[in-house]
Design a protein around this ligand. Structure first.
Ligand SMILES: Nc1ncnc2c1ncn2[C@@H]1O[C@H](COP(=O)(O)OP(=O)(O)O)[C@@H](O)[C@H]1O
Ligand SMILES: [Mg+2]
Length: 315
């Protein structure tokens, strides 16, 4: 922890009495930092993780937008507050990792719990507020603008064609019956993507990773955290996380108070739903093909893969 204390002292001007590991998320390690009378949240993206470049490349682009949203809009108090380094940088970087410091949010992560009606309303208010803002905000959104690319398409096809023979027998048995529908879905997705690229679809700021592990209850307020995925995109990039929820009606009742004329863009919704499904399947196959997994994890991955494959037909 001394390494972190040194970083906090030299780059954030904070004297940390204690740095306590917390349960992290998918992308980074998490620590609670206690410095006289005040707590901070330190997120550490380790350079040893393959996913780190993907999660950190846009920090300098999205953090100023988060700051603007939390100072200039009704989202104040509903987002995490990022803190800058001594040199007013949005992150600190060294050989080991990339660091981001936030105000500590005293509260509880929703996690595996269900949202209460009140929480659904507050979530809908946050998303409705966020969707009021688009390209016109005073900070550049060019780097986070949706381009409807499918970065994993080539790898996906390769896995279905060549790598399928390298899959262990038990996995290949599961995947083979779906090979043709998966190829069809990828073609569908590319067609939809091309149409969306050519259309003048309206784009707003979107969080793009709405789930209960990214929601915290702090006092009376629900807070949406983890803004790594901030995009300028069709609002369906967010609404796709809500359409299958049991509380959709409650959510929309609140959302529509702000966006009275909202009509779902079916094509954009389909794009995000299929893209996410295929991306998940691609990642699961990648794990089974290339990662050295413990038996228990492997069983979990296979179960997850089966579940996703069974839903492809209905997409
Ligand atoms: N500012 C904060 N204060 C306190 N706890 C936080 C804060 N931000 C995140 N957390 C906790 O840390 C966990 C991981 O943070 P998150 O930003 O979602 O990281 P990841 O990108 O790894 O998913 C969250 O689920 C939440 O429990
Ligand atoms: Mg998270």
């Amino acid at each position: 922890m001394d390494h972190f204390k040194t970083i906090l002292r030299h780059h954030y001007d904070r004297d940390a009495a204690d740095v306590i590991p917390q349960q992290g998320g998918w992308s980074a390690l998490a620590y609670k930092v206690i410095s006289d009378q005040h707590s901070y949240f330190l997120k550490v993206y380790e350079k040893s993780r393959a996913s780190t470049p993907k999660w950190t490349a846009l920090i300098d682009k999205y953090v100023p937008i988060i700051q603007w949203l939390s100072c200039q809009t009704g989202l104040q108090g509903k987002l995490p507050v990022p803190l800058l380094t001594r040199n007013a940088a949005y992150k600190h970087e060294d050989d080991m990792g990339i660091y981001q410091l936030f105000e500590y949010i005293e509260g509880k992560t929703i996690g595996s719990q269900a949202l209460s009606t009140m929480q659904v309303r507050q979530l809908a208010e946050i998303i409705a507020q966020l969707h009021l803002y688009g390209e016109e905000v005073p900070i550049s959104t060019a780097a986070i603008k949706e381009d409807f690319r499918i970065p994993f398409a080539e790898q996906f096809r390769e896995m279905l064609n060549e790598d399928i023979h390298r899959l262990p027998d038990d996995v290949s048995e599961i995947v083979k019956p779906f090979a043709s529908i998966l190829a069809t879905r990828m073609n569908d997705l590319e067609m939809i993507a091309e149409e969306l690229r050519g259309s003048e679809v309206e784009m707003k700021l979107c969080h793009t990773d709405i789930h209960n592990w990214n929601l915290m209850q702090s006092g009376q307020q629900l807070i949406l955290i983890d803004w790594e995925g901030l995009k300028l995109a069709p609002v369906e990039a967010d609404l796709m996380f809500l359409v299958d929820q049991p509380f959709l009606e409650e959510f929309m009742a609140t959302y529509l108070k702000t966006h009275t004329n909202y009509v779902v863009n079916r094509q954009a919704l389909k794009f995000y739903q299929i893209r996410r499904r295929l991306e998940d399947i691609c990642e699961l196959l990648e794990q089974l093909l290339f990662d050295e997994q413990e038996e228990e994890d492997r069983v979990g991955t296979i179960r997850h893969l089966k579940g996703e494959l069974s839903k492809v037909e209905g997409d």
